[in-house]
Design a protein around this ligand. Structure first.
Ligand SMILES: *[C@@H]1O[C@H](CO)[C@@H](O)[C@H](O)[C@H]1NC(C)=O
Length: 136
């Protein structure tokens, strides 16, 4: 049941990111990075739905690509706070969205790609947890 809820949120995340009038293009970033890294679609779909069990250097660099292309992360590894809070705030209360940012922004890995992967995982998991927290 819990994973069903998580999948629902992931779908929501995805759906809201491809809506019209949306500043950042998360769907476009997924398409571009999938081509660039010649990613297996199974892996891409797993990541979309919050399955982080598969992880290797290629997957880490793919998620870093995703974070940068979508505008969440800048080249200097700082983050766009407005964008992250705005993104999370589409389905979370303002405090929840702020928490997603606060909880994830200081996550740094040992390499560039690890940072991207961990940031993506953190946003995903924190957002789902906050959503479950406030809706159940
Ligand atoms: C951060 O994201 C917001 C919302 O999409 C955007 O308006 C702003 O230009 C971005 N900031 C930078 C420095 O790119």
């Amino acid at each position: 049941m819990k994973s069903l809820v998580a999948s629902g949120v992931a779908l929501l995340l995805l759906a809201s990111s491809i809506g019209p009038g949306c500043a950042q293009d998360f769907k476009g970033a997924i398409d571009e990075c999938t081509k660039e890294f010649e990613m297996d679609m199974d892996v891409v779909v797993s990541l979309k739905y919050g399955d982080f069990s598969e992880r290797d250097p290629l997957i880490e660099c793919f998620t870093e690509c995703l974070m940068k292309r979508s505008g969440f992360m800048f080249d200097d590894f700082s983050y766009n706070k407005t964008l992250i809070i705005g993104f999370a705030g589409r389905y979370l209360e303002p405090e929840g969205a702020q928490y997603v940012y606060d909880n994830c922004v200081d996550k740094f890995g040992t390499t560039v790609c690890v940072t991207g992967f961990e940031m993506y995982q953190c946003i995903h998991e924190t957002a789902v947890a906050e959503w479950v927290e406030s809706n159940f």
